[in-house]
Design a protein around this ligand. Structure first.
Ligand SMILES: Nc1ncnc2c1ncn2[C@@H]1O[C@H](COP(=O)(O)OP(=O)(O)O)[C@@H](O)[C@H]1O
Ligand SMILES: [Mg+2]
Length: 378
């Protein structure tokens, strides 16, 4: 009942300006938790506000439950939105804040009470119903703001960076609550905007990664639409590869030596490395980029993988893991290695890195990924 479809959706704020959203094509299934993520200014809020009806659609169509909503006013779309700044009415109690929207819509008293109680149960606000917002913590206020959306029993929940104003610990806790909320009211679809790739990875069934800048006009706004594991294991381009994952993927320039059906051999800083991708169709000698995540690099002379010799520049110890930043060649970006536990290496030490073929990604000169050939998690 609450599929959301985007067909060739574009947004241009004014004639003569570049497109803010270019050609978004998405199908969000009923009950899906979909996250719009991307760098600041890439148009996440714009796209969300077009679903809500708070922003006009320049061209293309958005439909909710197979009904085109381009010209429907916000109140008729079956959506409820939660914003980053959860402005509650300061003179109203928690219960009154949650009831207000329903009163405006003319709901009867018993129905309002039932819906407020249900929302309060879901959000564990039952004990706070008579409090004023000033007597609540930031996290509790944000839960009230979510409660105001829940009482409307919308088909679609829209969240615009709802956790940005909370401190780190509370963000994690509220993130878990939002995941539980989605589970508890599974029939509603959710679209959730964040610039934080960890929130995107942990909450989403499907991620829409939006790009910003020049690429938007040439290639469209959507850099990739897929499951979190798709974006992590099968990034379709360099932008996605570098946006998802922290610390970000190491990317090194090189050239293709030869391409076989199941693997390719590439040269990087004078070393030959085997990569499990299908790069057939690309000429030997073509420039490429090889990518490998810090958590997939191995260290030490012994064991599987193609060897690369580097020097340790700097190290960060986090207790449970250590991040090693290494020079691979003069003027090349540092290579990051993530090791479990407490690394003992010293600055300046020579280290041998090993790259296993099935952990490597390969991109052509335009940044498009070659298909990876190993069996990867779905
Ligand atoms: N009302 C507006 N008029 C003109 N440009 C706007 C307007 N609102 C947003 N923009 C521009 O559109 C781009 C995307 O904004 P926004 O959707 O808020 O990005 P995000 O939420 O991803 O940070 C930005 O460059 C922003 O300056
Ligand atoms: Mg925004």
């Amino acid at each position: 009942m609450s599929r959301i479809d985007f067909k060739n959706v574009c947004k241009q704020y004014a004639p003569g300006l570049a497109l803010t959203i270019n050609n978004a094509n998405l199908a969000i299934g009923q009950g899906d938790f979909c996250v719009f993520v991307g760098p600041s200014g890439c148009g996440k809020s714009t796209l969300l506000r077009m679903v809500a009806g708070l922003e006009s659609i320049t061209s293309g169509d958005i439909s909710i439950a197979d009904k085109r909503v381009n010209d429907l006013p916000p109140a008729k779309r079956g959506v409820a939105m939660v914003f980053q700044s959860y402005a509650l009415y300061p003179h109203m109690t928690v219960a009154q804040n949650m009831a207000f929207g329903l009163q405006v819509m003319g709901a009867d008293k018993a129905e309002i009470e039932r819906k407020v109680k249900k929302a309060a149960d879901i959000l564990q606000l039952g004990a706070l119903l008579d409090r004023l917002p000033k007597a609540l913590s930031g996290g509790q206020r944000q839960r009230v703001a979510i409660g105001r959306a829940i009482v409307k029993e919308p088909d679609v929940f829209l969240f615009d960076e709802p956790l940005s104003n909370l401190d780190a610990a509370l963000r994690v806790q509220t993130r878990l609550e939002i995941a539980k909320l989605h589970h508890d009211i599974g029939r509603s679809s959710m679209i959730y905007v964040t610039h934080d790739q960890v929130e995107a990875m942990t909450l989403a069934d499907k991620i829409v990664l939006l790009r910003a800048g020049k690429g938007v006009q040439e290639e469209g706004s959507v850099a990739q639409f897929g499951t979190p594991m798709d974006l992590y294991h099968r990034p379709q381009n360099l932008f996605v590869a570098e946006f998802i994952g922290s610390p970000k993927m190491n990317v090194m320039p090189g050239k293709l030596v030869r391409a076989e059906p199941e693997h390719a051999v590439v040269e990087v800083h004078g070393e030959q490395i085997t990569v499990a991708v299908d790069a057939r169709g690309t000429a030997a000698g073509s420039p490429i980029s090889i990518g490998i995540r810090p958590e997939h690099l191995l260290a030490g002379e012994d064991g599987e993988g193609c060897k690369v010799h580097v020097k340790l520049r700097q190290m960060e110890r986090l207790g449970d893991e250590s991040l090693l930043y290494m020079d691979i060649a003069p003027d090349a970006p540092l290579v990051t290695l993530r090791l479990e536990g407490h690394a003992m290496q010293a600055s300046g030490e020579a280290i041998t890195l090993r790259l296993r073929a099935e952990h490597c990604h390969l991109f052509d000169a335009a940044g498009k990924a070659f298909r990876r050939t190993p069996k990867l998690p779905a």
